[in-house]
Every structure is written in C-alpha cells, then in structure tokens.
Design a protein. Sequence first.
Length: 141
Amino acid sequence: AVVLRTHCEFPALARGTARENFAVLVHAKAPSSEAARASLDLVTVLDVSGSMAGSKLALLKKAMGFVIDNLGPADRLSVVSFSDNASRLIRLARMSDAGKAAAKQAVESLYADGCTNIGEGLRVAAEVLDCRRHMNAVASI
C-alpha cells in the first residue's frame, strides 16, 4: 500500500480567512518492489598491475563492494585478478551473507604490482564459466 503524509504551511486557517496560495508538502512512500530477475553467474576480471596503484585500486575495491552488495543470494560470483599472471581469488560462489563477506575480504586483500596481462585474466575467467557444473540462467564476464 502507498502511504501518504502531508505537512501544511499553516496548521489551521481561521474561519473567514482567505489565502490564495499556501504550501503543502506531500510525502509518498510506496512499498519496495524488487523486480524479479534471472539468477546470475558473474566472473569479474580485475587489473591489479602496477599501474593500478593508489587511488585506482581503491576505486576498484569500492566498485567491487558495490557490485557484491547488489548481488542476490541466488547469484554467484567469481573474482579473477591479473597482473603478470592471472589467478582466481574465489571460486564461483553463491552470494549469501557469508559468500559476500568472503568476496569482500578477497577483494580487500588485493594489491597492485607487476605488468598487465589481460589476456591471461580473460582466459582464466572463461575457464571458470566453462567448468561450471551448475549454470545460472545468465552468465557474464
């Protein structure tokens, strides 16, 4: 149900008092409706080469926190990082509260070092999706 609250500029008007205009603030609150969507298998490929040091890596971690917070319990996430080589930080795991905490911890442990080998990062990410035993309706790297 929608809840409406009003706040008038004047709590009351005396009988016989005319006003051409007065302000009324209307606050409407509708129930949240999370649109149903298909469950997702997401593999993120994160650049942790030396060029990502400092604020770039901090921004990457913040962005990943946002992504993780917005995944649902039926969604699965795997994190692949790359610099000279690529490695899978976490397997494709459901984003329950425990899964989200583990993913955030893995992302926070990242540090910048080495060269940029994105090809290896993408190869490892594709391997994660290719080796799934269970497949969610949507998958993305």
